[in-house]
Design a protein around this ligand. Structure first.
Ligand SMILES: NC(=O)C1=CN([C@@H]2O[C@H](COP(=O)(O)OP(=O)(O)OC[C@H]3O[C@@H](n4cnc5c(N)ncnc54)[C@H](OP(=O)(O)O)[C@@H]3O)[C@@H](O)[C@H]2O)C=CC1
Ligand SMILES: O=C(CO)COP(=O)(O)O
Length: 334
């Protein structure tokens, strides 16, 4: 069986390797010809994983049409701000039944639309559009270290199709029908990871990090419930699981950006350019604000991250303001 993967950054490459390890032929779309050449000739993605040998079952190309040719399903693994453009391009090459798994974590700028809704607008047929999320740093998944993730979709058949394509002894995949919950968890945890990075950058310790993680989970739960998702999803792999790993792992770009912003004064543009990698939380703190206003949800940590990253707020003063709000019950708004 052939599966297509759109995006040959860290996560697209790692997922292509999981699929190929499971026996699939993988068509991998990369935008740079030199990445395609290295993958096909040397079985390496020299830009993101120079030390990992990729399966010979992965064939890269810069053509959407060739990537999708005879594929039974497609994974979209680009940064979230590119999703609408990818959906538009895919509309020309996929039929109305092709299962689509979105692996990006974020929401659309300006509209606040979540990935499945964006893709549905471009491709139609929501039941064939699923989303993948969980505590999955690509650097560990590509090495086959034990990990788990959730495939969420309104259609159990689509969820099971992708679950079975991805699952193996070291990559457990669970299914869920709470797409909105899983998508919001994915967008939120990146924002909170920036907050944790800022906190360590300011010299605060592990108590502060644990506070931000758990209050971040409360913030996430308020939003998930307000948008029609399930609070329990926030306790699962896409919620608490991904929150913990992104806030605590040395691999997290979001956490590292937050820390380097404070300690080294590095801007978002510099950080992303130097690493060739996205910091999804920087965009998400703005897009989640659109949703929060729409649903009247209080997001104090998200607001603080946005003030620091986009409005020039001093990180230490912003942190003090966060602690200076009226005291209330632990699970207000739920
Ligand atoms: N990395 C991880 O561990 C995980 C990431 N994710 C999510 O997956 C998504 C993709 O992230 P990831 O794989 O890490 O990406 P990376 O940050 O590793 O790399 C960015 C990718 O985006 C591509 N890109 C950048 N700008 C454009 C553009 N204008 N047009 C087309 N492609 C572009 C880059 O291509 P090029 O190399 O040519 O610049 C590269 O493939 C994100 O939403 C992320 O949150 C989810 C789980 C784990
Ligand atoms: O989503 C991720 C891990 O599950 C990756 O997080 P970062 O983008 O912060 O590295």
């Amino acid at each position: 069986m052939k599966i297509a993967v759109i995006g040959a950054g860290s996560w697209g490459t790692a997922l292509a390797q999981v699929l190929a390890t499971n026996g699939a032929n993988v068509g991998l779309w990369a935008r740079k010809p030199e990445v395609v050449k290295a993958i096909n000739a040397e079985h390496r993605n020299t830009r993101y994983f120079p030390d990992e040998e990729l399966s010979a079952g992965i064939v890269a190309t810069t053509s959407y049409r060739d990537t999708l040719l005879r594929a039974r399903g497609v994974l979209v693994v680009t940064p979230s701000h590119l999703l609408r453009g990818v959906g538009r391009a895919l509309a020309d090459v996929v039929d109305a039944e092709m299962p689509v798994l979105i692996c990006s974590k974020g929401a659309e700028a300006d509209t606040g639309l979540l990935p499945v809704a964006v893709m549905e607008q471009e491709l139609g047929n929501r039941d064939r559009i699923a989303v993948l999320s969980g505590p999955n740093h690509a650097e560990e998944v590509i090495k086959g270290q034990p990990s788990a993730s959730v495939v969420a979709c309104s259609s159990p058949e689509t969820a099971v199709f992708f679950r079975d394509a991805l699952a193996n002894d070291t990559f457990r995949a669970y299914t869920s029908d709470d797409t909105v919950g899983v998508e919001l968890c994915a967008a939120f945890k990146n924002v909170i990871a920036i907050a944790v990075g800022v906190s360590y950058g300011l010299g605060f310790g592990d108590n502060t990090a644990a506070m931000l993680i758990t209050r971040g989970l409360a913030e996430m739960s308020r939003m998930v419930v307000a948008c029609g998702g399930e609070a329990l999803t926030c306790m699962g792999l896409a919620g608490a699981g991904d929150m913990v790993v992104t806030c605590m792992s040395r691999h997290s770009r979001n956490r590292r950006f937050g820390e380097e912003y404070v300690v080294r004064g590095r801007t978002l543009a510099d950080f992303e350019a130097d690493n060739h990698m996205v910091v999804e939380g920087a965009l998400a703190c703005k897009t989640l604000d659109v949703l929060a206003r729409e649903h009247g949800v209080d997001l104090p940590i998200t607001d603080t991250v946005r003030a620091i990253v986009w409005e020039g707020a001093d990180p230490r003063e912003a942190a003090l303001l966060l602690g200076d709000r009226p005291l209330t019950t632990e699970f207000y708004g739920l």
